[in-house]
Design a protein around this ligand. Sequence first.
Ligand SMILES: CC(C)(COP(=O)(O)OP(=O)(O)OC[C@H]1O[C@@H](n2cnc3c(N)ncnc32)[C@H](O)[C@@H]1OP(=O)(O)O)[C@@H](O)C(=O)NCCC(=O)NCCS
Length: 189
Amino acid sequence: MTDQATGVTDQANRSEGEIPGKPTAASRTTLSHIMTGSDTNLLGTVHGGVIMKLVDDAAGAVAGRHSGGPAVTASMDEMVFLEPVRVGDLVHVRAQVNWTGRSSMEVGVRVMAERWNESTPAQQVGSAYLVFAAVDGDGKPRPVPQVIPETEHDKRRYQEAQIRRTHRLARRRAIKELREKRAADGIDD
Ligand SMILES: CC(C)(COP(=O)(O)OP(=O)(O)OC[C@H]1O[C@@H](n2cnc3c(N)ncnc32)[C@H](O)[C@@H]1OP(=O)(O)O)[C@@H](O)C(=O)NCCC(=O)NCCS
């Protein structure tokens, strides 16, 4: 049977040999790190690239856990920095699989920060969406378990990820077609 809200097929309806699905919670992960002087940019706040590495690390751990093996970053999009991160901030990078295709997974990441020595609530400072491809020993894409969204939050994220997937594919196709047309017209750039 297929969940109408997400399009995800449940395990009872799977054909033999198909990989059983995995719930979102099975691979959800948080990576925490205290920012120090070596993480700063020339303005004295934390370098965006330091945050992006943590985002990629957390998302990679989630993709590896969900797919049960190696997974590589295929794309990172909509990396948003909402507030500057400062030295002495304890940063929590929360990641989960939002959506799965045949061999790819979209991982959603939320970046939270709180002062390392204060008990004030953590504040959201960034977010990103990454696509990982699960690969075999030769670096070729391999099938992944379907993610099974459990909560209404997870179901919304699944539906939104599907919209982003459609847009990514459409954008890639449109750009490829434009380049092919320019080449066919003899335009050399
Ligand atoms: C990602 C990679 C494995 C894709 O290989 P490929 O031969 O193009 O294989 P495919 O076209 O079948 O793509 C595999 C899946 O990834 C998805 N994908 C590939 N490139 C993508 C991109 N740029 N954005 C979003 N999804 C992408 C495909 O849609 C496909 O998804 P599906 O199987 O769920 O339908 C390959 O490009 C690669 O190894 N890239 C380098 C990854 C890496 O080293 N990352 C670290 C950077 S330092």
